[in-house]
Every structure is written in structure tokens, then in C-alpha cells.
Design a protein around this ligand. Sequence first.
Ligand code: FA5
Length: 346
Amino acid sequence: MTNLNLDAFVADLERLRSEAETALADAIDIEGLEAARVVFLGAKNGRLKAVQKGLGKLGRDDKPVGGQQFNAVKKSVEALFLQASQRVASQSKNSKGVEQVDVTLPGSPIRFGRVHPITQTIRRVSSIMANLGFEAVDGPEVEDQWHNFEALAIPNEHPARDPLDNFYIAVANADRPLLLRSQTSTVQIRVMEERKPPLRIVSLGRVYRPDTADATHYPMFHQVEGLLIEPGTTMAHLKSVLRSFASSFLGGDVRVRFRPSFFPFTEPSVEVDMEWNGRWIEMGGAGMVDPSVLQSVGYDPDEVCGFAFGLGVERIAARRFGVADIRDFYRNDIRFLEQFHDRGQA
Ligand code: FA5
């Protein structure tokens, strides 16, 4: 029997181990795994078996070391095979969804989201106004100067049109830039331009002003705009609608106060205050639609009249939820936001 050199035997073993490692790592399914097992660990013609035969050809002194080396490599290849089997099994579980479910394990709790308190407020306001007969309508947030100012009797030289008080949008070659609407009163005009009276509409949406953020101001906020055009409408109707709205929205008999004010598009005009903890908080503006506005949309002011109001949604939400600073609505702090839940409304 020819003697086999120990170094060559060990080198053979090492090559086998390395090739087995690659083949098992490459196996991606049970079939690939089985093929690699047959090649390396097969009882009849496996490569380990073949190398084992070489043991007998080692010189007598080399046999103990050769035997140890052989056993170590065999164990290592078996361990690699086990590892690869576990990997293939877990991959096929994940991809085929054949995982055995242990129904006795505790489940992972499902996290429920909450509707943002401003969205809750918008939905609730719409639903109360719908009960009062006001149809919800929408308007664009990017407006032209006609709808944001001119049709509302806000002339060119009016301070409300100052570039420092508005977000104008530069449009190439346009002598009249568009702007992010600064009030929802734009929607009154858009609806009146398209429809004939009688009208009862409510519009809720975002408006933008470069105001410094503080406890009652934010540069992006929401308004709720109401418009009612019907023969015989008076300020008494306006106040009773606002009072019904405030009592439904805030609960209880909420006192509403009118303070004389000025808006170019209403005559007379008032500031609307609501009582909160013994204090009066300004919620918005209102008044009888100015005849010049009715004219600008093609209505005859001798035949039709009506009222309009615009309230700050963040302010009424703050009042309802007892929030002292409207900036908290937009800090995105989940611990703050998850406190608010209008049952049945959100
Ligand atoms: C207006 O915007 C008028 N369009 C309201 C109106 C409508 C009057 C129809 C007459 C007829 P004013 O600028 O006051 O009015 O804003 C109305 C309300 O929006 C304010 O009372 C306040 O509640 C809210 N508001 C105004 N600025 C901000 C701001 N920066 N952040 C949050 N809320 C604001």
C-alpha cells in the first residue's frame, strides 16, 4: 500500500471543507441542500467518505493526527449542513407562509391611530352645519387676486394686500401674481359666481398668512366660512346660527358676543367672541354681505341679501379641547395628539 503524505491529506481535507462551505451557503432550497449533502456527506460516494479512505494510506505515525483532522473536518461540515438546513427552513416558512402558529403565545398589540384633533374639528363642524342646512363646498388654496381681494371689495391700495401680509407666488410673466389664499371668504365669491340664490354653504379649509406663531396664531391655519343668501335675512339670523353652532360644538349654552368691526365685504361687520372660562375669546368675523360684493358676482342687491361669517378652526378646537396654545396642534407630539378623541365623530 502506497504511503500518503500527511500534508497532502490535510490539504485535501481543508479543500473539501472550504468547498462544502461554499456549496451549502449557496443552497437556497431543500433540493439544493440535499444535492450538497449527497456530494459531501453521502454515505456511499460522498467526498468525506473518499477522503476517509485515504486515512488508511497514511504512515503509522501520521495516522493519529490525520484521524483527528478528519474528525474535526467531518464535524465542521455536518455543522455547516445543519446551519444551512435551518436557514433554508426559515426562508421557506417566511416565503410560503407555512409557519406553524403557536396560538398560545401572547399576540402583539395593534396600535390604533387617531384622527388629528383639527381634522376631528373640521368633521364635527361640517356635520353640525349640515344639520343647520349648510352644504359643504370647497375652493382652491392657490387663488387669484380677484377672488381673494377684489370681488370682496378689497381694493389695490388696501393694507390687507401688502406683500408682507400675504404669500404671493411669483409666476413668470404675470403682472398679477397668484397667492396662497389668506381667507376662506374666496369661496363665497366662487360659489356666488356659479349659482343663483338662495344659498346656504359652509367651507372649511387651509389659509395662509405670514403671521408670527404664538399661542393664538399660526402661519398656516384653517377657517370655517359660512354664507347664507336668502330673502329677509338679518343680523338676528346670523347670531342665532352662530349661537346654535357654538352650543352644539362646545356643549351647553355658549354665549356669543358681537363687537362692531370692519370688513370691506360686510356691512355692518362684527367680531364674533365666544365665552371661555369667564373670558371672551375672538373666534372670527361676520356681517351682512356688502351690496358691492353682491354686485361683483352679478346679484341684484335690491333683491337679495344675506350674511357671512369666518371663524378660526384652531381657535374653536382649542376652546373645545381646552388647549391653551394652538402651536401644540402642529408640534407632532404623539403624547399630546393622542389625548383627543371625539367619540362617534372621528
Ligand atoms: C377674516 O379672515 C374674514 N374673512 C372673516 C369674515 C368672513 C368676516 C365673512 C366677515 C364675513 P380675520 O382676519 O379676523 O377675518 O380672521 C378670522 C379668524 O381667523 C380670526 O378671528 C381668528 O380666529 C382666525 N385667525 C386669524 N389669523 C389667524 C392665525 N394666524 N392663526 C390662527 N387663527 C387665525
